[in-house]
Design a protein around this ligand. Structure first.
Ligand SMILES: Cc1ncc(COP(=O)(O)OP(=O)(O)O)c(N)n1
Ligand code: 3NM
Ligand code: MG
Length: 208
């Protein structure tokens, strides 16, 4: 299986956003370094999630980028995505692994070392760890864990740690120094005036 991309772009499906336009800007820049996580609003229908995921899989294919589906693993299977991502309100990791099969990419959210070890033991192939910094993209999150929280988790597991939450190109070096393999972003690319340039800046920070 190819190695996991280091830049995870999560679709921004809030009203007024155009996740496919953002994706079309990011793909030629990041190519196979990009993982696109299809994440829709909770009130989106499965049909809406499926249609978006189908378009994302098709867009990623020529670039060798991989698509994961957040929460809705039946959609991941239906569009033949590379895998999915689950958190505390979703299927348990072991059940998600059974749904996706042994070879799929399976991400799990972990906020501290104990939960991280449990997720890996249950079958997670990478961990989404955060929130690293304050974010306006998602509400109801716990206090940011900062690079120190990332370091605690990264030191406890041997799967890639993807830092998430308020990540920008400027904060990547400290997260990488703390042991993050890569980062997941919404606003740093979707909210940028020039998403292609923002993608290049994030990649530059990840690969230097
Ligand atoms: C890479 C990555 N990390 C964490 C999350 C958050 O997942 P979850 O806790 O299930 O919350 P929702 O995204 O489902 O609201 C993620 N999606 N990706
Ligand atoms: C979807 C999500 N999950 C998080 C977590 O910590 O579990 S933070 C987050 C939002 C990430 O968006 P941005 O890059 O704009 O901060
Ligand atoms: Mg979830």
């Amino acid at each position: 299986m190819p190695s996991l991309g280091r830049l995870h772009l999560i679709t921004d499906t809030r009203p007024g956003r155009d996740p496919l336009a953002v994706l079309r800007a990011a793909l030629p820049v990041a190519r196979a370094d990009l993982v696109v996580q299809v994440r829709v609003e909770d009130d989106a229908t499965d049909r809406e999630a499926y249609e978006l995921a189908r378009l994302v899989v098709d867009a990623c294919r020529p670039y060798g980028a991989r698509c994961l589906v957040n929460d809705r693993l039946h959609v991941a299977v239906a569009v033949v995505a590379a895998g999915g991502h689950v958190g505390a309100d979703d299927l348990p990791v072991a059940a998600a692994r059974r749904v996706l099969g042994p070879d799929a990419v399976l991400g799990a959210t972990a906020r501290e070392p104990g939960g991280a070890r449990a997720a890996v033991a249950a079958g997670a192939s990478y961990l989404g760890v955060g929130p690293c910094h304050a974010t306006t993209t998602k509400s109801g999150l716990p206090t940011p864990i900062g690079p120190a929280g990332v370091r605690a988790v990264a030191g406890a597991v041997d799967v890639p740690v993807i830092a998430i939450g308020g990540v920008t190109a400027a904060t990547v070096p400290a997260l990488r120094a703390a042991g993050a393999y890569g980062v997941a972003v919404v606003g740093a690319v979707s909210g940028a005036a020039d998403p292609a340039r923002a993608t290049a800046e994030l990649l530059g920070a990840l690969t230097c």
